[in-house]
Design a binder for this molecule. Structure first.
Ligand code: ACO
Length: 331
């Protein structure tokens, strides 16, 4: 069974409610129809009657809950929650209402925060920054976590490396500035994400252009320090570095370059040293190895919210909703 089909089966086993705020995009309705037909999740779509009429025409979304952000009996509750959560920033009720009506992702996050939905998926027609900013502002991180990061579940065809071709790659989506502390935290979150989605033991490689001191620079030190922090703070995870990609993945190279390492040659969870490396890395594997790339899935948020690529198809939205529902089961 393909990886994403397993995730859909998990989602069906304990159905969650996921909000889709992009009623201005037809793909939302095409995906909602499929999700409802396959019984993957309960769906809430945020939109005015005009938006639903215009973009939902031709799709059977009977069974979805429609929330009109201009005429919703729960709206005052969400405005109050917005003002409470952003009190330190001086947000007024008028500003909260305006933001929620202008950008439905704020509305979706407030529904999740108030317990009226279990997760949200957006980004088919919004940039990553605009999709995740409302979640960062309103939902915040899990206790003890300083930064949200974004990973991809990579499914590489005809590949025996990693967990038979399944990998977690991080951070590929969120943090433009990564220091050693953040990298160590990304290692811990990614290890947990791999184990909860893949159901196998995670082996985390902290990637670099150096293996165990073979090169010297501040960038290499950043990764080596992150490994030391991760060993100290998260002794429960299996993590090593700094490792070059070939040493991380290929047994013979791992034995040569890092013979003492438990991870070298067997890594299934790859932590990249920068957002540039992570974002370019996952796209290289997706395009050149024809891998399926599911994500970016956000990790470290207090409640599940996930982003889509603006080039996504309705089936990608279906997959991301299933992943979000599974995160909600484990929240
Ligand atoms: N984790 C937790 N909280 C965060 C994080 C983080 N990683 N980053 C910012 N925040 C918080 C801030 O502390 C702030 O909180 P506050 O308002 O309560 O004080 C809030 O989020 C907003 O932060 P800003 O710095 O004002 O927001 P910014 O405009 O910088 O947005 C964002 C943050 C969206 C994550 C930004 O760093 C960004 O755009 N990252 C890159 C996204 C991207 O383009 N990725 C590549 C494409 S994705 C792809 O190809 C699949």
């Amino acid at each position: 069974m393909a990886f994403i089909d397993k995730i859909k089966e998990k989602a069906k086993a304990d159905k969650k409610t996921i909000v889709l705020p992009e009623s201005m995009d037809k793909r939302t309705f095409e995906a909602a129809e499929k999700i409802l037909k396959e019984d993957i999740a309960n769906i809430v779509i945020i939109g005015t009657p005009e938006e639903i009429e215009k973009n939902g025409q031709g799709y059977d979304i009977t069974g979805a809950t429609i929330v009109d952000p201009f005429n919703d009996p729960n709206k005052q509750k969400y405005i109050d929650k917005f003002v409470e959560l952003r009190a330190k920033k001086g947000v007024t009720p008028e500003q909260a209402q305006e933001q929620m009506e202008k950008d439905y992702m704020y509305y979706a996050c407030l529904m999740v925060k108030c317990g009226d939905a279990d997760g949200a998926v957006s980004g088919a027609c919004h940039s990553t920054g605009n999709t995740i900013r409302p979640a960062l502002q309103l939902l915040k991180t899990k206790p003890g976590i300083s930064s949200v990061s974004g990973f991809f579940l990579m499914e590489v065809p005809d590949c025996t490396l990693g967990e038979n071709g399944i990998f977690v790659f991080a951070d590929c989506a969120v943090n433009p500035d990564i220091d050693s502390n953040k990298l160590a935290e990304i290692a811990k979150l990614s290890s947990d994400s791999f184990e909860s989605f893949v159901g196998a033991k995670s082996k985390v490689a902290m990637l670099s252009y150096s293996s165990k001191g073979s090169a010297k620079s501040d960038d290499v030190d950043k990764v080596a320090n992150a490994v030391a922090i991760a060993h100290e703070k998260y002794p429960e995870i299996t993590v090593d570095g700094e490792l070059q990609l070939d040493a991380a993945l290929v047994e013979e190279v791992g034995k040569l370059k890092a013979p003492e390492s438990q991870v070298a040659g067997h890594a299934n969870t790859l932590v990249f040293p920068s957002l540039e490396a992570g974002n370019i890395g996952y796209k290289l594997v997706q395009r050149l190895a024809k891998a399926n790339a599911y994500g970016p899935v956000l990790q470290g948020l207090s409640m599940p919210v996930n982003d889509l690529s603006r080039g996504c198809y309705a089936d990608d939205i279906v997959g991301t909703v299933a992943l979000t529902a599974v995160q909600a089961q484990n929240a």
